[in-house]
Design a protein around this ligand. Structure first.
Ligand code: HAM
Length: 419
């Protein structure tokens, strides 16, 4: 019996699981602050949903879908991304939401790729979808939300890259121009693209291969070929980002791996991530997606962030550690203090401080060992002296520094982080 988890998946155990949960907590908190509502969609959907929306030539559809037939003969696929399911749910048959709808999700996704650092077969995303507004301010709001999230998570040196991909009015003519250029430079392309660039010429612009990059540098750019409404929209987004004081970089060769994007496309890039997996997240506008599904044409914009990549970037960037020790372990000395310890734990928990206490009275050293192993940041010691005085000795477990303070003050200070 194989006891390792399936290839490309991970078990999340403390402390990694707790770092992940803090990322979830931060997502719930910040998305709610921006007025986004929590949504969940099924872990699997009809395969057609993703084929139609991600694009037949996308890596997701060509190589990475976990597709299976169920006992009823239906073709189903484990959700590789959250945008198409959310649009289906929000605008679909049973929807009773008013537009614009601002939703977010924190969910696992599945893609059958070659596992490597930052690329898993099962991974987690925090995503938001703003469905029902085509205004540049909507793009700017989602971009800002993702950026603020990553900063709060502790990511340093974050780079925001933006581009416009045009729409169904201006992109076809641009595509022809690009095709002609690539045809003329076919020999310089990497093997894979030499034969396949006609399927999706824009993808060549995104290739990491050095010779493809050289070709991309001189290729005609979408931004120089936008129709007037797309140009206005892009200018509006850039102005709104400026107004928010958000630093960004315009990257004319930025394209995304999924085909539903029109107009705005953006990525959050961290230099701490390996080349080829440098984006912690990305997104853009998908105004044509609803129509592709046979739904009322409805504009939308959103992003998704890869949670595992965020943790990798935090590790590599030496950022403050979300997985640091937290909470308090109550240590009691003597039979009288043991019941008082339970009371103190209740007081800490009421004040919002995660708190633990041994299940039975144990020798002092054993309790300190338990406190240390528990992952708590502090030990709160109740001995005979503290009991008599109504105090508690708070010891920081990583360096042993301690202070004896009145019990209420200890609770208050740990609750407010003032220790
Ligand atoms: P995406 O660029 O395919 O976009 O994925 C977003 C993020 O998910 C990536 O930047 C990366 O951090 C993470 N990710 C993707 N694949 C993997 C993998 N195999 N292993 C680990 N992390 C991965 C989307 O999924 C769109 N639905 C985003 C969006 C929302 N656009 C509009 N709304």
């Amino acid at each position: 019996m194989e006891l390792a988890p399936p290839r490309g998946t991970t078990d999340l155990l403390p402390p990694e699981s707790e770092r992940m949960r803090r990322l979830y907590d931060l997502a719930h908190g910040l998305a709610s602050l921006y007025g986004y509502r929590y949504v969940e969609t099924p872990a699997f959907e009809s395969t057609e949903l993703f084929v139609r929306t991600s694009g037949a030539s996308s890596d997701v559809v060509q190589k990475e879908m976990y597709t299976f037939e169920d006992k009823g003969g239906r073709q189903l696929t484990l959700r590789p991304e959250g945008t198409a399911p959310v649009v289906r749910a929000v605008l679909g048959a049973s929807a009773e939401v008013s537009l614009p709808f601002k939703g977010y999700y924190v969910e696992p996704m599945w893609r059958y790729g070659r596992p490597q650092k930052g690329r898993l077969r099962e991974f987690r995303q925090f995503g938001v979808e703003l469905v029902g507004s085509g205004l540049p301010a909507a793009d700017a709001e989602t971009i800002l939300l993702g950026h603020e999230y990553l900063q709060l998570a502790g990511i340093r040196d974050l780079r925001l890259e933006v581009n416009s991909l045009g729409d169904w009015v201006c992109r076809p003519a641009y595509r022809e121009k690009l095709l002609a250029y690539l045809e003329a430079n076919r020999e310089k392309l990497r093997d894979e693209h030499r034969d396949r660039f006609r399927e999706n010429p824009l993808r060549v612009l995104d290739c990491n291969d050095e010779s493809c990059k050289a070709v991309a540098r001189d290729a005609p750019k979408m931004v120089d070929n936008l129709c007037a409404p797309c140009r206005d929209h892009y200018d509006g987004v850039l102005r709104a980002l400026d107004d928010e004081g958000l630093a960004f970089q315009r990257v004319d060769t930025l394209v995304r791996g999924l085909d539903y994007y029109v107009r705005t496309a953006f990525e959050y890039v961290s230099p701490a991530l390996p080349e080829g997996q440098a984006s912690v997240g990305g997104g853009g506008r998908y105004d044509g997606l609803a129509e592709v599904l046979g739904l009322t044409p409805t504009p939308g914009v959103g992003f998704a962030l890869g949670m595992e990549r965020i943790l990798i970037a935090l590790d590599a960037g030496g950022a403050r550690d979300l997985g640091a020790r937290f909470g308090v372990f109550v240590v009691t000395v003597g039979p009288h203090a043991f019941p008082a310890g339970r009371e103190l734990v209740r007081a800490f928990r009421r004040a919002g401080v995660p708190a633990q206490v041994p299940f039975e009275d144990r020798p002092l050293n054993a309790q300190f060992r338990m406190a240390d192993r528990s992952g708590a940041a502090y030990a709160a010691v109740l001995g005979e002296r503290e009991l008599a005085e109504g105090t508690v000795t708070v010891r920081r477990l990583d360096d042993g520094v301690e202070e004896t303070v009145p019990r209420d003050e200890a609770v208050q200070r740990l609750a407010s982080g003032d220790v």
